[in-house]
Design a protein around this ligand. Structure first.
Ligand code: ATP
Ligand code: MG
Length: 439
């Protein structure tokens, strides 16, 4: 059978080639990025997850069989090459590989559905249709390497701060917030929905005595919008902490974001350079603007906004223009926040709710939660919802629910900030939007 690894194994990744290993034999494995045949000499660029390395085959120095194998290669095929490393001032890493043996692991068909070397630019739809080829581009894989670092840091951060990682169901019987933004599914003889948020479950874990929990998981929203910052399936980073209020969890969120920024700067310098993106790390606490002040700022900027309204897109832009960078938007009108948000004791118009913004992009919403059963039932009713629909959630509030607070951060939106992407689709491997369900 052709194309098997057998006893071949990679000895070096592309980025491990440098003049220090000149003279040694290596085995590289990867994709054929480019082939340039000048008759007397042939260059084949091999690409792997770390970068590229040049294979140089002068016909005088290289076996005829090997030359023929190289000549027959097609772009984007998967190959393994054994050869000797030799210094070369002209080659990208200061070295090139003179090939001794070539093993074709899988020949790629031609023509390719899109060109991963980007000599021909493709639009986002073509790229997403051939996403596996698209991600072979270093400026695309860089986004997912940074996203991976983000999740790594976030998990470390939570574990270091005493949070337990949980997984809650995504198949649910009713709406989290009673909204209409739910995907109904057939669940045997019943109707069920895809979860729009782990909100109610993470709160129940506070009643379960888990103290501090986090979850990184999918959320599903049947919003019909078609924007650069919404998808119908997104990943949410959710945290909930007992014996804490809104200010406590804002501090946690603030510290977590700073640690993510620092780690990405430190560990993903190469990826940031590929993306041409610089990440500024704010020092200390993010600025805070109250909702009341935000209304004034927005109106002063010439965008009309009444007190009590949610921010329109134009209002978000005006506010982002004024504030810049990361900032918290606090003290929201209770009326436009969900039923589980704690009102101010001395002024029930306001809620202990906050958003974390980056320029004009909402990254997170959070709040102190209502932990008193009677108040919760009252607020559910005031939102026009039926408490009967919240049976098992409400029960958890009757038998010892501690005061608690929490937030949810959109992971894909945070990735937009980290990578300088303008379209959330760039930051999701296989995005799900109004028009796309495949691949
Ligand atoms: P927006 O007002 O921007 O639509 P939201 O207030 O409806 O967001 P929340 O319910 O507060 O969203 O969800 C918490 C976080 O989850 C948001 O701040 C955002 O980062 C992320 N998020 C929410 N909905 C989506 C979506 N459809 N696509 C991507 N991320 C989302
Ligand atoms: Mg929100």
């Amino acid at each position: 059978m052709q194309g098997l690894l057998n006893d071949w194994r990679r000895t070096h990744y592309a980025n491990q080639h440098n003049p220090e290993i000149a003279g040694s034999d290596v085995t590289i494995m990867g994709w054929v990025h480019e082939i340039r045949d000048f008759g007397g000499i042939m260059f084949v660029i091999i690409r792997d997850v770390t970068g590229r390395v040049q294979v140089t085959a002068p016909s005088k120095k290289v076996d005829e069989d090997v030359l023929k194998q190289l000549r027959d290669l097609r772009k984007e095929s998967v190959v393994a090459i054994k050869g000797a490393v030799q210094e070369s001032a002209k080659a990208p890493n200061g070295v090139e590989i003179i090939p001794k043996e070539v093993k074709v692991l899988n020949m790629a068909d031609q023509p390719l559905p899109m060109d991963p070397t980007e000599k021909v630019k493709a639009g986002i739809d073509t790229r997403l249709d051939s996403r596996f080829l698209d991600i072979r581009k270093e400026n695309v894989s860089a986004i997912f390497k940074i996203k991976g670092q983000m999740f790594h840091t976030i998990r470390d951060f939570f574990y270091d701060n005493g949070f337990y990682e949980i997984n809650t169901p995504k198949l649910v019987a009713s709406a989290t917030e009673g909204g209409t933004e739910l995907f109904p599914i057939a669940y045997f003889e019943k109707e069920a929905f895809l979860g729009q948020s782990p909100q109610l479950y993470k709160q129940m874990m506070m009643g379960a005595g888990m103290d501090k929990v986090f979850e990184i998981g999918q959320i599903f929203r049947a919003e019909e919008h078609d924007t650069l910052r919404h998808l119908n399936e997104a990943v949410s980073i959710d945290a909930e902490a007992s014996f804490a209020d809104d200010e406590d969890v804002m501090k946690i969120l603030n510290d977590m974001i700073i640690q993510v920024l620092n780690d990405v700067n430190e560990n993903c310098a190469n990826e940031l350079e590929i993306l041409g993106h610089e990440l500024e790390v704010p020092s200390g606490d993010f600025p805070v603007v109250t909702y009341d002040d935000a209304v004034d700022i927005v109106n002063m900027a010439g965008v009309e906004m009444q007190w009590g309204e949610d921010l329109s897109r134009e209002a978000e832009k005006a506010l982002g223009e004024e504030m810049g960078g990361f900032y918290f938007l606090t003290k929201w009108p209770a009326e436009i926040k969900p039923f589980y948000v704690m009102p101010f004791e001395d002024d029930e118009k306001y809620a202990h709710a906050f958003d974390l913004m980056y320029n004009n992009l909402e990254l997170s919403s959070g709040a102190t939660r209502v932990h008193q059963y009677n108040l919760l039932v009252k607020q559910i009713e005031e939102k026009g919802l039926n408490p009967d629909g919240f049976g098992s959630y409400l029960t958890a509030f009757k038998y010892g629910m501690p005061p608690h607070a929490g937030w949810g951060v959109g992971a894909d939106r945070l990735t937009m900030v980290l990578t300088g992407s303008q379209n959330i689709r760039e930051c999701v491997l296989f995005p799900r939007d109004r028009h796309r369900l495949t691949p």
